[in-house]
Design a protein. Structure first.
Length: 311
């Protein structure tokens, strides 16, 4: 069994998608469709920068999705591969869940781009710049991370945002509380605590205004049943019903990304091969979460051609 997986924020870089677009009409078509849907030159920003504009949440989210879907489309159209024939599940990390839904035909590409643009804007607007923060706790598990966040909260929001793998958990909340957590982390069992270069505290209760905005946007968006089940971030379980997908995407804005649990659950159903599209971020997390699985990353044309031969 096989899962196609899609990366989240932080995997963006100036130059992304450039070589793929030069080599493949299928990739160029994806980037053009996203540009037209958004009414902006996002692909130019992806390939030329400036970096300070690309890293803005409202740009990074649709950019990462477009790059991942372009990679998949090249595999499908030029490699003659159908997702429904080769993948048993799809999953994505945070915004990557939208990429996964697009890949599986639940949301069309233009709608996915617009939803992610809106999601990025709503997340940025939910908390004033500088008021929130996120930190990675390294060498710690979920229980320890929860204890560190609780000890640091002191009446402010400080919660686990991403349970990435057995040794990497991300916390999110009010800046002062997250800074207290960083100071406490080593004494409470973490190897290291690192403040993340993000512009808002994602996946915590401070994001409720963004969740409300996404509830409205998703209510108006067409969502179909996916070709294969999607492992949802907030439940770490497969979902195939459009109304449930819509509800879980709203919950995902403030809820914890249960990535480690999702990977373990997919492996428990029999998934032995994880294929990451458009990045090399999730593969190491998968390897640290489950043993004896194959992980492939498809980023370049060479990667895609090699993958097509192996499927």
């Amino acid at each position: 069994m096989r899962a196609f997986i899609f990366p989240g924020q932080g995997s963006q870089a100036v130059g992304m998608g450039k070589a793929l677009a030069e080599a493949s009409p299928a990739a160029r078509a994806v980037f053009q469709e996203v540009d037209e849907a958004l009414g902006q030159h996002l692909f130019r920003l992806m390939t030329e920068g400036p970096e300070d504009q690309l890293v803005l949440t409202e740009n990074a989210q649709p950019a990462i999705m477009a790059n991942a879907i372009a990679t998949l489309r090249v595999l499908e159209q030029e490699g003659g591969i159908r997702l429904a024939d080769k993948a048993d599940y799809v999953a994505g990390h945070s915004l990557g869940e939208y990429s996964a839904l697009c890949a599986a035909g639940a949301i069309d590409l233009a709608t996915t781009a617009l939803l992610l643009k809106h999601r990025g804007q709503a997340m940025q607007a939910a908390v004033p710049v500088g008021k929130g923060a996120m930190a990675a706790l390294l060498g710690t598990d979920l229980d320890k991370a929860r204890a560190i966040a609780a000890a640091a909260a002191e009446g402010e929001v400080c919660t686990v945002a991403n349970d990435n793998d057995p040794g990497q958990v991300v916390i999110s909340g009010a800046r002062a509380a997250v800074e207290r957590a960083i100071a406490l982390a080593k004494d409470m069992g973490a190897k290291r605590a690192v403040l993340l270069p993000v512009s808002a505290p994602f996946h915590c209760p401070l994001m409720q205004p963004a969740a409300d905005a996404m509830e409205k946007a998703l209510a108006e968006a067409r969502i179909d049943s996916p070709l294969v089940p999607v492992f949802a971030n907030v439940t770490a379980s497969p979902v195939g019903d459009a109304d449930t997908i819509r509800r879980l995407l709203v919950e995902q804005v403030t809820g914890m990304v249960r990535w480690r649990e999702s990977v373990i659950a997919m492996a428990a159903t029999g998934v032995e091969h994880f294929v990451e599209f458009g990045g090399k971020v999730l593969g190491p997390m998968v390897k640290r979460s489950v043993a004896d699985v194959e992980v492939t990353s498809a980023v370049t044309m060479d990667d895609i051609e090699t993958l097509a031969k192996s499927l």
